[in-house]
Write a protein that binds this ligand. Structure first.
Ligand code: ADP
Ligand code: MG
Length: 428
């Protein structure tokens, strides 16, 4: 994708916005952009520099994201602290075209990394609770204060607040020691000779660091302290507003990443804030168990959408006929009785039972957790609690840390009973 219209290739020590920002290392990438840790010479702080691909549709998407993020950043009450802050934006011209760049506050690893580094075993329930609380405060702020639907909530798009100060800990954060703090006022042009030398040394230094840490290019390897998640502050923030929209101006019909997609989106029955609540519930389950809640697959004689609807019903019960038949695509999936046309035999396995049987939750923890999740997974979108309401749920008061630590004991293995292998093809 590093071609015309695609990503901008960045080298360490590259300068942006007339020398204000200096690239340090790559933090991550998405479909639309690469994101770099950069040093802001004006404020002497580290920032995340999101450099968008340059083709017209990506420019458009970036302009939209800047629009959304600036409207959020404008007022900045305390709840906005659970949503990433836009600091600056500018254009950067490179060999692949003109790229819109967003300067964002520097955050840490994504929840996906956190789940991975916990070896997909699920996090202790008190951590799940803390993370859920942050996401909900962020969502409540977006929904109620701004009328914004995120539409792409998933573990990759929630980042932990970084516990590493790149300035104080250059090795752990993968920084080049030479570049960690440019000398003096770097707005003054550095002579090109010194600059070249600096870049060469920086590259060598980074190569050395990444070699020591045994990771590719030193990118995003999680430090030891982060691996032990009991040692970290689990405050987190919602990022990636590239697909966000104002509820009164929805622009895409197909929203959300597959596994986090709400049923009304599959059925094309219209959507609102409650689609974020559905995705939120999927994230909460994944944090607690290490597994995605729904992983639909195409099968013989049925589509991914149909498998997805079947999985939802196996876990949550039948979709009420009224909801099942309300969408533009309902007829493709359901007959007039509200039964799936091509997947007939469902194996019902309620959430509570799943948590106990497969994930070895104690009865009380499973019960409390499913009481919290099930209302969010209501097939009728208008019945799902709002983020505000959800924050008042008794689950946030529960204390089951001890039970949960026992559950996370590595001697307890997940029992895979194969919920997804139960589809039976029916002839037409
Ligand atoms: P895209 O729109 O291309 O998906 P994202 O905004 O999701 O871009 O960013 C891509 C990745 O870059 C994220 O998953 C994360 O790893 C990293 N990233 C994004 N924003 C930040 C930030 N503010 N601080 C640190 N890393 C970030
Ligand atoms: Mg993303």
């Amino acid at each position: 994708s590093y071609r015309k219209g695609g990503y901008h290739a960045v080298r360490i020590a590259d300068q942006f916005a007339g020398g204000r920002y200096i690239a340090q290392r790559k933090l991550g990438w998405g479909q639309f952009s690469t994101v770099w840790l950069a040093y802001d010479t004006t404020t002497s702080a580290y920032v995340a520099l999101k450099i968008q691909k340059s083709a017209a549709q990506f420019v458009q998407a970036a302009l939209h994201e800047i629009d959304v993020l600036s409207s959020i950043a404008d007022d900045a009450p305390s709840n906005s602290k659970f949503v990433v802050q836009l600091i600056d934006h500018f254009k950067h011209t490179g060999p692949n075209g003109q790229h819109l760049c967003m300067v964002l506050e520097f955050l840490g690893d994504s929840l996906l990394r956190l789940i991975r580094h916990n070896r997909y075993k699920g996090l202790p329930m008190n951590k799940v609770r803390e993370i859920c609380k942050c996401i909900l405060i962020g969502l409540d702020y977006l929904h109620r204060e701004h009328g914004i639907i995120h539409t792409d909530l998933k573990p990759e798009n929630v980042l932990l607040v970084s516990t590493i100060d790149p300035a104080k800990d250059p090795v752990r954060s993968g920084l080049s020691p030479i570049l960690e703090r440019p000398e003096g006022n770097t707005n003054v042009a550095v002579s090109s000779l010194i600059e070249k030398k600096l870049k060469r040394r920086a590259r060598r230094a980074v190569a050395k660091i990444s070699g020591q840490r045994g990771s590719m290019g030193g990118i995003g390897d999680v430090s030891k302290s982060e691996r032990n998640i009991d040692g970290i502050d689990v405050r987190c923030k919602v990022v990636d507003f590239g697909n966000a929209c104002w509820a009164d101006k929805p622009f895409a019909e197909e929203i959300q990443t597959r596994q986090y997609r709400a049923p009304e989106v599959i059925l094309q029955a219209g959507y609102s804030f409650s689609v974020d609540m559905w995705s939120f519930a999927c994230i909460a389950f994944e944090l607690a168990t290490g597994d995605m809640l729904f992983t639909p697959k195409v099968g013989q004689g049925f589509s991914e959408d149909e498998d997805h609807l079947a999985l939802m019903m196996e876990l949550l019960g039948k979709i009420p006929r009224k909801v099942a038949t309300a969408g533009a695509k309902s007829k493709d999936f359901f007959d007039r009785h509200g039964d799936l046309r091509r997947i007939r035999r469902l194996k019902f396995w309620p959430l509570n039972k799943l948590l106990i049987d497969r994930y070895k939750f104690s009865e009380s923890v499973a019960h409390e957790f499913s009481e919290f999740l099930l209302p969010l997974l209501d097939f009728a979108p208008e019945k799902r609690p709002t983020a505000q309401k959800c924050l008042e749920h008794p689950w946030f008061m529960a204390k089951e840390c001890i039970t949960n630590e026992m559950r996370n004991d590595s001697s307890v293995e997940k029992v895979d009973v194969g919920i997804s292998n139960l589809k039976i093809k029916v002839g037409k």
